[in-house]
Design a protein around this ligand. Structure first.
Ligand code: HPA
Length: 283
């Protein structure tokens, strides 16, 4: 069933009642094994997704399914500790739902992270990739169906989904931290099966640098309702067929743990360097 605008408002109002006047500015969606950062939020208000009207709890491994609102690296944030994936059985509308709610709550920026398979033979597992663009072929759009003009236009432009100024900020931050930051195109695969080696070869030919099962639906919804987007992939494994061994979920979660210090430093560093919301020149 499509959600009317009033549902989004009811969800946002229910959260706002718990926040006592605190307005989050930055939405963070943390992917597989990377959700620990939510523990560093100061003065957190934690709201399980199940307690927010019209939201369903998330079920994926490594995803806790709660919203943590508070201050992180000097920014007023709302952290989605656990996200919804289409492969869990959620519709794309449900996957994008929380982003619209966070926009209504006041978030102007989305910082999104994921674990992804590395498609490039010249990069290594464990490295971090800045998303400069994405490819989504052949699966339904989260914006399909009746358009809610309160959020954005029927045919939104997708030329700069990943805000160029935030990409520059990420490059600067990585440089200052001495981190290697790859950059490239995230190829969306709806999963839940990993790709076949032939699909990975096709993704490489089509221009993908990393492949994963999340992020793109959320980014489309967030950009549609006017949010600036910054995205990072942890390249948790070389994609299927690149090594002579099968892929396991264990490997993906372990890589998330191993890369956590670098990844956290990058996310916190970017948060720290975000311009004050009242002082943003590119918006
Ligand atoms: N493919 C798709 N999704 C993923 C992968 C992968 O290799 N690794 C982590 N998420």
């Amino acid at each position: 069933m499509p959600h009317p605008f009033s549902h989004y408002q009811e969800s946002a109002q229910a959260i706002a009642r718990r926040l006592g006047g605190f307005t989050p500015q930055v939405a963070l969606v943390l992917g597989s094994g990377l959700g620990d950062l939510a523990q560093e939020v100061e003065h957190p208000v934690t709201i399980p997704y199940g307690e927010i009207p019209h939201l369903r709890p998330s079920t994926a491994p490594g995803h806790q399914g709660q919203l943590v609102v508070g201050t992180l690296a000097g920014q007023q944030v709302a952290v989605m500790q656990g996200r919804m994936h289409h492969y869990e059985g959620y519709s794309y509308e449900e996957v994008g739902y929380p982003l619209r709610v966070l926009r209504l709550l006041g978030c102007r920026t989305l910082m999104v992270t994921n674990a992804a398979g590395c498609v490039r033979p010249d990069w290594k597992a464990g490295e971090i990739m800045l998303l400069t663009d994405h490819i989504k072929l052949g699966s339904e759009s989260p914006l399909r169906g009746e358009n809610l003009p309160q959020f954005g236009p029927r045919f939104p432009d997708a030329t700069h989904l990943y805000t160029p100024q935030l990409q520059s900020l990420a490059r600067r931050t990585a440089g200052e931290l001495g981190l290697t930051l790859r950059e490239g195109v995230y190829f969306y695969a709806h999963g839940p099966q990993y790709e076949t080696p032939a699909e990975v070869r096709a993704i490489r030919l089509l221009g993908g640098d990393a492949v994963g099962m999340s992020t793109v639906p959320e980014v489309l919804v967030a950009a549609h309702c006017g949010m600036e987007v910054l995205g990072f992939s942890l390249l948790s494994n070389l994609a299927a067929g690149m090594l002579d061994q099968p892929l396991t979920e264990q490997e993906v979660l372990q890589a998330g743990q191993a890369a956590r210090p670098h990844f956290s430093a990058l996310v916190l560093g970017c948060l720290n360097r975000l311009p004050n919301p009242g002082n943003v020149t590119w918006r």
